[in-house]
Design a protein around this ligand. Structure first.
Ligand code: NAP
Length: 246
């Protein structure tokens, strides 16, 4: 058994769900690499943790493949292995289908799907090194309830999140017996900046809290090595209800 702390990479850690996940992982004793575009926001998140395992920040756009290589290289140089990759970063995509442009679609594909697949691929040697040390490692992909059921005005976003769910199912099939557990998290509306378009109709106290997502992931860390949690759906009470009279 290694005495080094477990380590994690969290993308989109500069706010919202990602900073809540990062705080939970730090509490659980993970040394961290926090990823986002805004270095000041990442530094503020890192300094909010207080004492504990080291926290490294790296800023850039996940849409750039060279930045994905940089994340893996910097994490590797500091920590040497990776116990948990959290592919959390994402961009919203609220637009009716006739208004979808190439630019609008390409950003969602690049951040929500391409970066998730490529960063996971590039992280495999580090995850395998963690399996060598501790017999297990984990990948958590933040999808959405829109990745389970399509919704009006979310067609392109929903397509990227269905992609994340499909990618995660495939990883489970490929990796689960190697010691690498994989989980897709599919939340409904969460109280972050991404939910700002809904604030006129939904109160903040009616939304899922970012800490709810972090607690669901904490559970996946704490279950025994022989238990895999391939998918978690978290909904508000109003979501996915049958229409009246159905
Ligand atoms: N909020 C919801 O209702 C909801 C529901 C279901 C699923 N989700 C999913 O949950 C995840 C987190 O979303 P959130 O609600 O926490 O949103 P958020 O508050 O808007 O945070 C998004 C994060 O992604 C990062 N990011 C965006 N584009 C990036 C890029 N090109 N390169 C690097 N980082 C980038 C942002 O970093 P910077 O700001 O530093 O650029 C930020 O840290 C996303 O995958 C989202 O699709 C959200």
């Amino acid at each position: 058994m290694s005495s080094q702390p477990r380590t994690a990479i969290v993308t989109g850690a500069s706010g919202g769900i990602g900073s809540a996940i990062a705080a939970m992982l730090h509490e659980e004793g993970f040394a961290l690499t926090l990823v986002g575009r805004d270095l000041d926001k990442l530094a503020a998140v890192a300094s909010s943790f207080g004492s504990g395992p080291p926290v490294h920040t790296v800023s850039g756009s996940l849409a750039e493949e060279t930045f994905l290589d940089q994340i893996v290289a910097e994490h590797s140089a500091r920590y040497g292995s990776l116990d948990m990759l959290v592919n959390n970063a994402g961009v919203a995509g609220n637009r009716e289908v006739g208004e979808i442009t190439a630019e609008f679609l390409d950003e969602q594909l690049a951040v929500n799907l391409r970066a998730v697949i490529l960063l996971t691929s590039k992280s495999m040697p580090l995850l395998e090194a963690a399996v060598q040390q501790r017999k297990s490692a984990q990948i958590v992909n933040i999808a959405s309830n829109a990745g389970k059921r399509g919704e009006a005005s979310l067609a392109s976003y929903s397509a990227t999140k269905f992609g994340v769910v499909g990618f995660t199912e495939s990883l489970h099939d490929e990796l689960s017996t190697s010691g690498i557990k994989v989980t897709a998290i599919c939340p409904g509306l969460v109280n972050t900046a991404m939910a700002d378009d809904y604030r006129d109709s939904v109160g903040a106290d009616e939304m899922i809290a970012p800490s709810d997502i972090a607690e669901a992931i904490r559970m996946t860390i704490r279950v025994s090595r022989s238990c895999v949690v391939p998918e978690i759906v978290l909904l508000r009470p109003i979501e996915w209800r049958q229409p009246e009279g159905a």
